[in-house]
Write a protein that binds this ligand. Structure first.
Ligand code: NAP
Length: 246
C-alpha cells in the first residue's frame, strides 16, 4: 500500500536523523526525501505530501513557506517561533487546503503532564514546577516548563484560586525559583539528566506529583508521526501537539 510521502528537512541533524528512521519504520509512511542545508524544497513539488522540519529557528519559517509553495503540508518541531511568524503562516494558509502543525514539544508524556497539571491546578492550595535538564541546555527555565506554568496559572485564574501560600520574607536571590505568571518554576542542571519535569501540587495533608521523563530523542517520535498522519486532515495552523490528542 502506498503511504503518505514524507520529506524531512534538516535530515542530517540529530532530530532529523531520528525522524527519518521513524518514518522508514512506519508501514503507512514513505520517506521520499532527506533535505538539509543547500537543498531546494521547491524540488519536492508533487513528490511528497508532508514536510517535517527540524532545522534552526532562522530557517524554519522560510522552510514552511517553501513547503506550502510546493503544495505540501508541514510538521514543524523547530523551536523559537514568535507570534509574528506564526501569524504570517496563518495568513498564508487562509486560502489553501493545506495544514501546518507547529509543536515546541512532541513528547506525549510532557504534553499530557502539562494537560493533567492544568486540570489539577484549581484543586490545590500550592503548585510549583521543577524542571531538570542536562547541563548543556542554554535556556532556563525550559520552554515546556514556562508553558506548563502558564497553563496552570490560567486554570487557577479561571477558577478564582488565590496565589499559593508563601511566608518567605527574606531569602537568597533565586531561592524561590522564577515566577511565571505567579507560579514558581525551578530549574535544575545536572550531569546525567536528559529532560525531566515535575509538577508538585500540595494541599493540607496531601501531595500530588506529576512527573515526565524524556530519556532520548525517540520520545518525540510517536508525537511527530501522529502529527504527520493528522496534518493532512487539518486545514490551517495547529499549535501544539495537545490539539491533536482529542
Ligand atoms: P541539529 O542537530 O543542529 O539539526 C539541525 C539540522 O538542520 C542540521 O543538519 C542543520 O544543518 C540543518 N539546517 C540548518 N538550516 C537549514 C536549512 N535552511 N534547510 C535545511 N536544513 C537546515 O538540531 P536538532 O537537535 O536536531 O534540533 C533541531 C530543532 O528541533 C531545534 O530547533 C530544536 O530546539 C528542536 N527540537 C524540537 C523538539 C520538539 O519536540 N519539538 C525536540 C527536540 C528538538 P547544519 O548543521 O549544516 O547547519
Amino acid at each position: 500500500m502506498a503511504g503518505l510521502r514524507v520529506a524531512v528537512i534538516g535530515a542530517e541533524g540529530r532530530m532529523g536523523r531520528t525522524v527519518c528512521d521513524a518514518v522508514e519504520k512506519a508501514d503507512d509512511l514513505e520517506l521520499v526525501a532527506r533535505l538539509d542545508v543547500g537543498d531546494d524544497i521547491g524540488d519536492l513539488a508533487g513528490a511528497a505530501d508532508v514536510g517535517v522540519d527540524f532545522t534552526v529557528p532562522d530557517a524554519a519559517e522560510a522552510n514552511v513557506h517553501a513547503l506550502l509553495d510546493a503544495g505540501m503540508h508541514a510538521v514543524v518541531g523547530t523551536t523559537g517561533w514568535h507570534d509574528d511568524a506564526l501569524q504570517r503562516v496563518r495568513d498564508r494558509l487562509a486560502d489553501t487546503p493545506l495544514g501546518v502543525v507547529v509543536a515546541p514539544n512532541f513528547a506525549l508524556s510532557a504534553v499530557l503532564a502539562m494537560r493533567f497539571a492544568a486540570q489539577a491546578a484549581r484543586w490545590f492550595d500550592s503548585v510549583e514546577v521543577v524542571e531538570l535538564h542536562h547541563p548543556e541546555k542554554v535556556d532556563a527555565p525550559s520552554g515546556t516548563a514556562i508553558h506548563t506554568a502558564r497553563a496552570i496559572a490560567a486554570a487557577r485564574r479561571e477558577a478564582d484560586v488565590p496565589p499559593g501560600p508563601d511566608a518567605t520574607t527574606s531569602g537568597l536571590d533565586g531561592a524561590r525559583g522564577a515566577s511565571v505568571d505567579g507560579v514558581p518554576v525551578h530549574a535544575v542542571r545536572l550531569r546525567g539528566l536528559v529532560a525531566h519535569e515535575e509538577i508538585l501540587l500540595g494541599n493540607p495533608g496531601e501531595l500530588l506529583t506529576i512527573r515526565t521523563d524524556s530519556f532520548d530523542r525517540s520520545s518525540f517520535m510517536p508525537g511527530v508521526l501522529l502529527a504527520v498522519r493528522r496534518v493532512v486532515h487539518r486545514r490551517g495552523l495547529t499549535l501544539g501537539l495537545d490539539a491533536l490528542l482529542d
